[in-house]
Design a binder for this molecule. Structure first.
Ligand SMILES: *Cc1c(COP(=O)(O)O)cnc(C)c1O
Length: 343
């Protein structure tokens, strides 16, 4: 049996605490969980089982393949991409509800019978969703709708568009059979209780993302760990890595770690990222390679070949340093990591 070269430390307690915090912030609305893209890279089944045990009842994936992967857990799952023609077989099996996004999807679902569904209305993002005017004109009449959704385009900013989208959804209250209305993602929950409606759909903040002041108590969930393959002394004036972007100002101690951009540790961390070891912040030096990085370990004389070191992966800070979004930093973590849950 091979032993994985990389570890992703995943903190169960932090994940569940984050959900409980977002649930409290959602007031009387139920708090669901977006677990698309394999639970934002952490593992959809592992995340969903833990959140279900904490009381979460509504789960959101993008595709029917993602819904099938969760089917053994027996949860209430909605598929955000709705139903393509190709999805009708699996959609009729009842493992999840489609979130119908267009009048064609509504027609397709009607033709198939009268199973329960969700519907997305577009209130200004112009991504997915039916036109609110079509809803008031009767597009959804007779459909059995569990939740009528919309989605905020700018919830992480203080712009007037947020209130406009909120009011556009509120205006559809009572215009369909929907039992619930839902609008807020992670950042939307922090906009205030008038954005919560009946159900919220956080994703990023569950996994440690912080986009607004209201997320201050969200805890870090994900910590990548890599192993030292080699420790070397780089003499003064010599260079490290591709394109020789780091030059030793003096004789320097350098550790080479088995992690790179193919694992989702992106090139933006070149000469900017860091490792946390023995309470020290050790800088990444030179360019991030596909499978390797170099770290300056002058301050840590005992770091040696075979040691496991944790990357500095506090999401807002790591996003600022690397130029990637907090979303990309977790969804990009590859499958060379063994995902190890603790807590
Ligand atoms: C991904 C997604 C969410 C979750 O968004 P976060 O910003 O990660 O909280 C909620 N609703 C919809 C429709 C989504 O696509």
């Amino acid at each position: 049996m091979t032993i994985a070269p990389l570890r992703l430390r995943l903190d169960s307690e932090a994940l569940c605490d984050n959900w409980r915090l977002l649930d409290r912030m959602s007031g009387r609305a139920a708090c669901g969980a977006a677990v698309k893209a394999n639970g934002y890279g952490l593992g959809a089944s592992a995340v969903s089982a833990r959140l279900a045990a904490s009381g979460c009842r509504d789960f959101f994936v993008a595709t029917w393949a993602e819904a099938e992967a969760l089917a053994p857990l027996g949860l209430s799952v909605s598929v955000l991409h709705g139903v393509r023609y190709e999805d009708m077989g699996v959609a009729r099996s009842g493992i999840a509800r489609p979130v119908l996004n267009s009048s064609q999807q509504v027609a397709r679902w009607r033709e198939a019978g009268d199973g329960p569904c969700d519907v997305m209305v577009d209130t200004g993002m112009n991504r997915l969703g039916v036109d609110p005017l079509d809803v008031t004109a009767g597009l959804l009449d007779g459909l059995v709708i569990e939740t009528l959704h919309s989605h905020l385009a700018c919830a992480d900013e203080d712009v007037e568009m947020n209130a406009r989208q909120r009011d556009a959804l509120a205006a559809l209250c009572g215009r369909s059979s929907a039992r619930r209305l839902s609008l807020a993602n992670s950042a939307g929950i922090a906009l205030g209780i008038d954005y919560a409606f009946d159900l919220t759909r956080p994703g990023l903040a569950l996994y440690g993302g912080r986009q607004r002041a209201g997320h201050a108590q969200i805890r870090q969930v994900v910590t990548p760990e890599a192993q030292v393959l080699q420790r070397r002394t780089v003499p003064r004036g010599a260079c490290v890595g591709y394109n020789a972007t780091w030059k030793a100002p003096c004789d320097s101690e350098v550790a080479i770690l088995n992690l790179g951009y193919a694992d989702g540790y992106f090139r933006g961390f070149s000469n900017r990222g860091a490792v946390i070891a023995q309470g020290l912040r050790l800088p990444v030096i030179g360019r991030v390679s596909m499978d390797l990085i170099a770290v300056l370990v002058d301050a840590a004389p005992t770091v040696a070949e075979g040691d496991w070191l944790a990357l500095d992966y506090d999401l807002p800070a790591a996003a600022a340093v690397s130029g990637m979004s907090q979303y990309e930093l977790i969804t990009g973590l590859g499958d060379r990591f063994e995902r190890m849950w603790t807590g």
